[in-house]
Design a protein around this ligand. Structure first.
Ligand SMILES: [Fe+2]
Length: 123
């Protein structure tokens, strides 16, 4: 979150190396995750529907930023991207072991899941 105590903290008087850029992106991702946590907490803490709507919208924008930064990190460091993919595969394997295909929702299941009470009247 904000580091306003030292207004020069973010200033760097040189171009950073690729390794430093990778570290900076990791730090940026952490900042986005923290922002999501804080916006979500504030949205949950208020009953004001206007504030809740705006805070939730901003929170969701931060989630998109995480996705952008993760993709940038994978581009900058393909070796790290392989570790991320390993983690994804491990979770998929564990879900298969549990017989839970729920996280890999097929298009057919999605359309069924999106049906409303009204759609139950359809034949
Ligand atoms: Fe952001």
């Amino acid at each position: 979150m904000p580091s306003f105590a030292n207004p020069f903290q973010g200033n760097i008087n040189r171009k950073i190396s690729k390794e430093e850029l990778i570290q900076a992106v990791r730090l940026d991702i952490a900042g986005e995750l923290e922002a999501i946590f804080v916006y979500d907490a504030h949205a949950m803490a208020t009953d004001d529907p206007r504030a809740k709507k705006i805070l939730e919208d901003i929170r969701d924008e931060e989630k998109a930023h995480v996705g952008e930064l993760m993709e940038l990190l994978k581009i900058l460091d393909p070796r790290e991207a392989k570790f991320f993919e390993e983690g994804v595969q491990e979770v998929r394997e564990m879900m298969e072991e549990l017989g839970n295909e729920g996280f890999l929702i097929s298009e057919e299941k999605k359309s069924k899941a999106l049906k409303t009470v009204g759609s139950l009247l359809e034949k």
